[in-house]
Design a protein around this ligand. Structure first.
Ligand code: FES
Length: 223
């Protein structure tokens, strides 16, 4: 008789997200990843599933440095993927990689290239900027692409949505209804630290009011 072992659904989910991030260019994979994190009911909230919060340190999401803080030296005009890392109530470090909404894209552009509507006060020296890496159209992970000019932009593999990361990740092509939300950051020593929640609602929230209400509940439950 065949025996089946039941696996903890949370562990299965984590395995899946790690695998999906390793192959985020695969459209089918990222679509399924997106489906998993579409809603953020507060009753499921844990420090691991919280969105990026004020005080969180940004850590590498993939590669040899996964889990280590992102430093200025790691950054350039190529997208660096990161997760926020905060603390649990006991003061232990927690990488908030339990919901796809927390995944981030970080860039460092030459001085003068970042312009409005980017919130410059939320960048580091007007050169380093962080955004949600989750498309506002249907929630896929957004990757890198090239504009016809040859300039690097953000390109969503699911339905070809395009964003300009030098200009507040405004939509420059395809179906996304809104820019990718910016995450205000500052430098603390050599680490990048979030100074607030996303400045606009990320994928999965119907209205700005829903997003603001959720952040207030997160603060109340986890601060
Ligand atoms: S999910 Fe990104 S363009 Fe559709």
């Amino acid at each position: 008789m065949t025996r089946y072992k039941r696996e903890d659904p949370e562990i299965t989910r984590r395995k899946f997200i790690n695998a999906a991030l390793g192959a985020s260019a695969a459209v089918g994979t990222v679509s399924l990843l997106s489906t998993l994190g579409g809603a953020n009911p507060v009753f499921r909230l844990t420090p691991k599933k919280a969105p990026p919060m004020p005080g969180d340190v940004l850590v590498h999401a993939v590669g040899e440095k996964a889990g280590q803080p992102v430093t200025v030296a790691d950054l350039g005009e190529e997208l660096v993927r990161a997760w926020p890392m905060g603390k649990d109530k006991e003061g232990n470090d927690v990488v908030r990689d339990g919901e796809p909404t927390g995944i981030l894209a970080i860039y460092k552009f030459p001085a003068g290239e970042i312009k409005a509507p980017t919130r410059l006060e939320g960048t580091i020296d007007g050169q380093i900027v962080a955004y949600s890496d989750r498309c506002t159209h249907a929630g896929c992970n957004v990757g890198e692409g090239k504009a016809p000019s040859g300039k690097g932009i953000m390109n969503c593999p699911c339905h070809s949505g395009q964003y300009e990361p030098r200009e507040g990740c405004k939509v420059i092509g395809g179906p996304p209804p809104a820019p990718l939300p910016q995450l205000p950051i500052k430098l603390e020593g050599d680490k990048l630290v979030a100074t607030s929640f996303f400045v606009s609602r990320p994928f999965g929230y119907a209205t700005d009011e829903d997003w603001v209400k959720y952040t207030e509940q997160v603060k109340e439950l986890l601060s």
